[in-house]
Design a protein around this ligand. Structure first.
Ligand code: PMP
Length: 426
């Protein structure tokens, strides 16, 4: 089977609204490598959008899921519960930032976790307002879209969205938005748009993902925590892209020492099996009445056993430390590339192995180069490297390699990148 034949069938059978980054159909994937249906090999710096932090098909995860499959694949936790759900909740409650007792609920997708976090925040506070950040991404459901701070392509034509959602600027030094600007905007919002006593929650990604890989500083996180405490507002950290060792900590929020009231997780939590969670302070989590939360597939037993293995692997293989190492390796190589006179690279930034470079024209932060970004992603794939872009302006290349990848494979991928850069941006 040829990629091109499958692409023709895909175009006929599947709506164009499901965007596809690469016209290369996966046949097999192992750790940090992937092979398409024509037998071409790729180094994978995308990991299915920050999902396979533990690499593709780690045998420890595969074996756990196979064993579960031999017992049962589904009973619905709301009908016949099972131990793995409880065990995963216990582990996640333990791992979540802060010392307050925690509880967890499991769902299936990231967006669904966000929906539930908002439901829980509203029922716990008896308030409805939610504040999110410009450039943030929280999913494609109705509330997910309402919270997302990027119009195209996520929100165009899909409204109206749930109401009582507000956006303030996210601090991005590279684009001249200071933390003070963001906090002033929040203050203004309380004066001009919504009484803080009506705000249920502030939701943010500790490192904006789809928006362009911009990290909130510990000081900013602490300021938000203070504002929330002052007004009885809950703080929701969306760790769906940042979680599970990606940034060098189990959760990126740990860098600030802040304890969120609620945290959403998904993606890397089960190494490719669809499961997500809301973990939060026990009293807040208990606010919803029985039957108010859940879902048929929420906390699938396959996801639960995979999730338990992922947490074990992160510890056994020291993946937090490895994420920091990988971040350093990328940073030094990308800085060398930038130092070689390539002023298309405006900024290189990373928190652990959540690494990005922003591409601009003539070194000018205000002149994003989305065309070059797309060309590099395409040309890299031609040479056997899978990359992803992101950013509100479409001019950021993000690197999300498996944390289990060897230096050899990472350097091989970076060699390809270097070559592509020389061809495209010289
Ligand atoms: N929140 C964040 C921070 C995300 O990165 C994503 C996915 N990119 C989501 C929510 C939505 O997750 P899902 O696609 O699993 O619904």
């Amino acid at each position: 089977m040829k990629n091109s034949e499958l692409w023709t069938r895909r175009e006929k059978a599947i709506p164009r609204g499901v965007g596809t980054m690469h016209q290369r159909f996966a046949a097999k994937a192992k750790n940090a490598e992937l092979w398409d249906v024509e037998g071409n090999r790729y180094i994978d710096f995308a990991t299915g959008i920050a999902v396979n932090n533990t690499g593709h098909s780690d045998p420890r995860i595969v074996d756990a899921v196979k064993e579960q499959l031999d017992n049962f694949s589904h009973t619905c936790f709301q009908v016949n519960p099972y131990e793995s759900y409880i065990e995963l909740a216990e582990k996640l409650n333990e791992a979540a930032p802060g010392n307050s007792p925690k509880k967890s609920i499991f769902l299936t997708t990231g967006a669904e976790a966000v929906e539930n976090a908002v439901k829980i925040a509203r029922v716990a506070t008896g308030r409805s307002g939610i504040i999110a950040f410009k450039g943030g991404f929280h999913g494609r459901t109705m509330m997910g879209m309402a919270l997302t701070g990027k119009v195209a392509p996520y929100k165009v034509g899909f409204g109206p969205f749930p109401t009582d959602v507000y956006h303030v600027p996210f601090p991005i030094a590279y684009h001249g938005i200071t933390e003070e600007d963001s906090l002033n905007a929040l203050d203004n919002l309380f004066k001009a748009d919504i009484d803080p006593a009506r705000v249920a929650a502030i939701i943010l990604e500790p490192v904006q993902g789809e928006g362009g890989f911009y990290a909130a500083s510990p000081a900013f996180m602490k300021s938000l925590r203070d504002t929330c405490d002052q007004h009885g507002i809950l703080l929701i950290c969306d760790e769906i892209q940042t979680g599970f060792a990606r940034t060098g900590k189990m959760f990126a929020t740990e860098y600030s020492g802040v304890e969120p009231d609620l945290m959403t997780v998904a993606k890397a939590m089960a190494g490719g099996f669809p499961i997500s969670a809301v973990v939060g302070k026990a009293d807040v989590m208990d606010a919803a009445a029985p039957g108010g939360l859940g879902g048929t597939y929420g906390g699938s037993p396959l996801g639960c056993v995979a999730g338990l293995k992922v947490m074990e692997i992160i510890e056994q293989d020291n993946l937090c430390e490895r994420a920091v190492e990988i971040g350093e390796l990328f940073k030094s190589r990308l800085l060398r590339l930038k130092g070689n006179g390539l002023n298309a690279i405006g900024e290189i930034r990373n928190l652990g192995a959540m690494i990005a470079m922003e591409l601009v024209q003539d070194g000018d932060a205000d002149r994003p180069d989305a065309a070059l970004t797309a060309n590099i992603v395409r040309a890299a794939a031609d040479k056997g490297l899978i990359l992803l872009s992101c950013g509100v302006r479409g001019n950021v290349i993000r690197f999300l390699p498996a944390l289990t990848a060897s230096d050899d494979v990472l350097n091989e991928g970076l060699d390809i990148l270097e070559q592509v850069f020389r061809d495209q941006a010289a």
